[in-house]
Design a binder for this molecule. Structure first.
Ligand code: AVI
Length: 367
């Protein structure tokens, strides 16, 4: 995200309430403090934009789980289908006694498929920014892994499960601090969450992953470029769950930071920006607003918006080229017959030089 000059005319310090707000922020948790800082920064610049990672408090994570079950939101359903079909083929590429690290644990169902297919998985490490959501996901994963038909070696008891609550966007090594590798390491980055990064952030994340997973591999889910009408429907569902997910950012600011957003005064706007290959989500002011966040006042004119998310879409080749630039050797790709979504095997060589080139010849399997 590029940082733009602060728009001072729209930012008025409100000294009456700032002392109280700053006092409460001083004792706030790290995630709340960084949310406050980034939200204030977002409102003090033009265009106003904030990282989508702030969607995911407990309520936002629950809303995201509901999005994943919507008829219009195809990525989760299609990626699950690919894993149902190909988990054994993917797991056959993994060494036995390995650990699987999931970056941004979703509902853990997809990782569960991989764990069931792996040979004697030693440890599963899901990392997520929302602790409440992570705990709930781990307990449903545990139920999934004790279902009849799961090999003894993939059951809890044999398999160590070590959930970590952390913001992995701040650094993968930091997130895994104090947890030395116990065997070959494989990563799983599902759901095309890579698309929520800027291209520079995506490259940086992949470089860190290549380093962390040396000698292992990253299994990467990417949403593919397709008919914009399909994309539009996926981010503008009929039940309004995506709109509620988007507005939850403001609701979270009201809950955690004592901000005074009136949620109905903001419209959910999601559209496909074709030149950039991305869906953009915004919250647009329906009337002139004066908002207070942590003792600072900001104004928005009618029609002005806060840019809350980008969701980049890829071709199979563009995702492989990006991974190769980060130091991975792209391997097989699994996709669905309609080519809506792709799951990539990205090998991280024991030693690698990230030089912007790489083997991008693909071997593609259709689910
Ligand atoms: C988590 N991420 C990959 C989702 C996406 O599709 O970009 C978040 C989302 N935003 C709106 N709907 C889903």
């Amino acid at each position: 995200m590029t940082s733009m000059p602060a728009c001072e005319s729209l930012c008025v310090a409100d000294t009456d309430s700032s002392t109280e707000s700053q006092t409460s922020l001083a004792s706030a948790s790290d995630p709340t403090r960084s949310f406050a800082q980034d939200l204030i920064r977002a409102f003090a610049q033009l265009p106003r934009c904030i990282s989508p990672k702030y969607f995911y408090d407990a309520q936002g994570s629950q809303l995201f789980d509901r999005i994943c079950e919507l008829p219009e939101y195809y990525p989760t359903r299609i990626e699950r289908g690919i894993l149902r079909e190909y988990a054994c083929d993917i797991a056959a590429l993994m060494e036995p006694n390995a650990e699987l690290i999931e970056f941004g644990a979703g509902s853990l169902q997809k990782a569960g498929r991989l764990l069931k297919a792996m040979r004697r998985p030693a440890r599963f490490v899901p990392i997520d920014i929302s602790g409440d959501h992570l705990r709930a996901s781990v307990s449903s994963l545990t139920e999934f892994l004790v279902e009849p038909g799961t090999a003894r070696e993939s059951r809890p008891g044999h398999l160590q499960i070590v959930p970590i609550t952390a913001d992995y966007t701040r650094g993968l090594v930091q997130a895994l601090e104090g947890l030395p590798a116990i065997g070959p390491r494989y990563g799983y980055f599902a759901g095309s969450t890579i698309g929520n990064f800027t291209p520079d952030e995506a490259l940086d994340f992949l470089r860190q992953a290549a380093e962390l997973l040396r000698g292992g591999a990253l299994i990467l889910g990417t949403d593919l470029i397709k008919d914009p009408a399909v994309l539009h429907a996926a981010y503008n569902d009929a039940q309004g769950v995506t709109a509620a997910f988007n507005r939850n950012l403001l609701a979270r600011a009201n809950r955690e930071l004592g901000a005074d957003f009136v949620l109905d005064d903001y419209a959910h706007s999601a559209f496909y920006n074709a030149p950039e290959n991305r869906i953009e989500m915004h919250l647009m002011a329906l009337r002139r607003q004066t908002i207070r966040i942590c003792g600072r006042r900001f104004q928005l004119r009618e029609g002005e918006s806060l840019h809350t998310e980008n969701s980049y879409k890829f071709t199979i080749e563009s995702a492989r080229a990006l991974a190769a630039r980060a130091g991975f050797t792209p391997g097989p790709v699994w996709t669905d017959p309609a080519r809506l979504f792709a799951v990539h095997w990205l090998q991280s060589p024991r030693k690698f030089v990230s030089n912007g080139r790489g083997n991008t010849h693909s071997s593609i399997h259709l689910a």
